[in-house]
Design a protein around this ligand. Structure first.
Ligand SMILES: [Zn+2]
Length: 102
């Protein structure tokens, strides 16, 4: 167990990978969009450098739809998502291409 953990840390140091909370695909941080929770405010973190608990989503409409449905995002961020913040994220998701589109 401890060994596995060490290996994981080493690999992440080499190429930082994160997985999308919707499709669970592993990608590099640059290929995903980070959502951060800071002092109860949940918002997109375009540079991926904000302090706070963060989760990642693919820049694909389907992943945002799935991620914002139900309480998946709240569960991952361990916070309550206020309606205003959820609405802003849904709006952002609408601007994204569907899977397979470019
Ligand atoms: Zn995804």
């Amino acid at each position: 167990m401890k060994n596995n953990l060490n290996k994981q840390i080493l690999r992440q140091r080499h190429v930082p990978e994160r997985s999308c909370i919707s499709c669970r695909e592993k990608k590099t941080k640059r290929e995903l969009i980070r959502i951060v929770c800071r002092a109860g405010v949940v918002e997109i973190d375009p540079k991926g450098k904000e302090a706070g608990r963060g989760v990642y989503l693919c820049p694909i409409r389907e992943c945002w739809d799935t991620g914002l449905k139900g309480n998946r995002l709240e569960y991952a961020l361990r916070t309550e998502l206020i309606l205003e913040n959820r609405q802003a994220l849904i709006e952002y998701g609408k601007s994204l291409p569907r899977r397979g589109e470019s």
